[in-house]
Design a protein around this ligand. Structure first.
Ligand code: TEU
Ligand code: CA
Length: 524
């Protein structure tokens, strides 16, 4: 179970409005109390922050707004003493445009780093090819000094590295070694499927996907990427007990086969993100199909991971916004924590934080600035953690970098800690159950009801136990009628009044009910 922390929004220890490493340290009891196994920190390296730290200018140091290297080492030590692992974000595809490598590379056509990035003269005064950046504009930017174009898959402040150059790989592997030597337990690899580009820079074919007008045939998922992933895994395995999780990015509806392909039959990524589930509407049948397809594509040697929210996506529980979001959040928590595969929880998910409405003048995310008002960007899922009903939600004594959601007076950690039946305590219960019941981690996943009448039912079973998970995705009472004679005992439920025993899976489900039954004996 991995908890993603967006450091600038977790807790501000020095009251400058930006969350920081000392802030995470201050709140470490809260993290320990959640019961998770690891934290993943979005980038904390030196950066001019054009893309909230995903534009790194020095991979060896911490951005002053987050603290110092000493703070990081202290955090690591505290985490480890609490048996919690620390995963760092690692951005390999691009650097910041103010990284010394790019400054040198752009200074002339014949310097030591001249081919560390992807440069091209252009074709008869035009851009080298039709590739688009994530901002739907040309991925090529003219550089005055070099009188050439350079490639950027994201912002022009994020030039793409030339991975065909072995020196780039060596430099990046040294960076990873540096952090592994310091003791980090692994990396989350940013857009790991983007690193290599076609050497001939061929034009991409057109596509009908509304999120991208071209298929990324020549600038993503190139065969060399797989070799890279394999080499990263070898590096990781040369240390004890480390891991890599890769962001294998694809636009909605997602691409589970692609994500799983990077597991390389046990020799590639340890975990690979597939975003199909978080792109799905809230529908039992769709969830079933998506989960099934994901599991089918995981190689025998592989292991899935599951995620519903992250710093790039709207918070899932609130996406299909309505008055039922508290119940939906509980169902989703129970689903996430009873599925096969490592669950990723995004900070604030455990208290049901919402997608904030942020006025244009406060938008920080470049995607929000670029596409407003058609797409308001990613800030709405990045607002400060709501610790209490005090000023600034107890996040800071200073105006925070993004406005705090006005719902903080009701939705906050302090309230939820007090309330035995809060979402936070629900999450903690599910986390503890997952730890306690090995069938939930290692057991087989066997679907029984595949979305019929809005209900999803599956078993998790191993040699020791059989658990049955029942999820009613609808807001109405619905009859589950599945013949499975056994003695079933309620292990945990969103509904406290749930009866204790069943002799069959014939149950009138409450709206949005999520229940775990435990088989206590066969009826003969
Ligand atoms: O994300 C990859 C990515 O493509 C998304 O940002 C996507 O473009 C966006 O969600 C569309 O709305 C990774 C990081 O997670 C993201 O935060 C960075 O901005 C991006 O890479 C560049 O490093
Ligand atoms: Ca701060």
């Amino acid at each position: 179970m991995i908890y993603q922390i967006y450091p600038r929004s977790f807790f501000d220890a020095n009251d400058d409005g930006i969350g920081d490493l000392p802030g995470i340290i201050k709140k470490f009891d809260y993290i320990v109390d959640l019961g998770i196994d690891a934290i993943w920190l979005s980038p904390i390296y030196m950066s001019p922050m054009h893309d909230c730290g995903y534009d790194i200018s020095d991979y060896y140091n911490i951005a002053p707004c987050f603290g110092t290297l000493e703070d990081f080492k202290t955090l690591l030590a505290i985490a480890h003493s609490n048996n919690i692992k620390v995963i760092m974000d690692m951005v390999l595809n691009h650097t910041s445009h103010v990284h010394p490598w790019f400054i040198e590379s752009s200074s002339s056509k014949d310097n030591d780093k001249s081919d560390w990035y992807i440069w091209h003269d252009g074709k008869k005064g035009k851009k080298p090819n039709n590739w688009k950046s994530a901002y739907l504009e040309s991925a090529w930017e003219w550089n005055q000094i070099r009188q050439q174009y350079y490639l950027h898959s994201f912002l022009k402040e994020q030039p793409d590295l030339n991975w065909h150059n072995p020196k780039v790989k060596e430099a990046m592997f040294n960076i990873m070694r540096y952090w592994l030597d310091i003791g980090v337990d692994g990396f989350r690899l940013d857009v790991i499927n983007y690193c290599y580009k076609d050497r001939r820079l061929r034009n991409n074919p057109f596509s009908i996907n509304p999120f991208s007008e071209q298929t990324e045939k020549y600038n993503r998922n190139r065969p060399e990427n797989y070799v890279l992933v394999k080499e990263i895994r070898e590096l990781i395995d040369s240390y004890d007990n480390r891991m890599v999780v890769g962001e294998v990015f694809s636009y909605p509806p997602g691409n589970p086969e692609l994500s799983a392909s990077y597991l390389l039959d046990g020799k590639g990524l340890n975990l690979s993100f597939d975003f199909s589930l978080l792109y799905q509407p809230f529908n039992a049948r769709k969830f079933y199909q998506c989960i099934k397809r994901w599991y089918n594509t995981i190689p025998k040697t592989g292991w899935p991971c599951n995620v519903l929210s992250n710093h790039d996506q709207p918070r899932y529980g609130d996406k299909h916004s309505n008055d039922d979001s508290d119940s939906i959040n509980r169902l989703l928590a129970l689903l996430l924590l009873t599925l096969w595969g490592t669950p990723f929880i995004y900070y604030g998910e455990e208290i049901g934080m919402k997608n904030s409405t942020i006025p244009l003048k406060n938008i920080v995310d470049p995607a929000g600035k670029r596409f407003w008002p058609i797409y308001k960007g990613r800030d709405r899922a990045r607002t400060p953690m709501q610790w209490s009903d005090e000023a600034n939600a107890g996040f800071s004594n200073f105006a925070s970098w993004l406005p705090i959601d006005s719902n903080y007076r009701t939705i906050n950690v302090k309230n939820q800690i007090k309330d035995r039946y809060s979402l936070l305590n629900f999450f903690k219960d599910c986390i503890r159950l997952r730890k306690k019941h090995s069938a939930l981690t290692c057991g087989l996943w066997e679907p029984l009801v595949k979305g019929k009448h809005g209900i999803l039912v599956y078993l998790r079973k191993n040699d020791y136990e059989t658990l049955c998970i029942i999820l009613n995705f609808t807001n109405s009472p619905t009859l589950l009628n599945y013949r499975y004679e056994a003695q079933w005992k309620v292990l945990y439920s969103t509904h406290r009044s749930r009866f204790e025993h069943f002799a069959d899976l014939r149950i009138q489900c409450y709206p949005y009910e999520a229940t775990i039954l435990q088989k206590v004996g066969d009826l003969t």
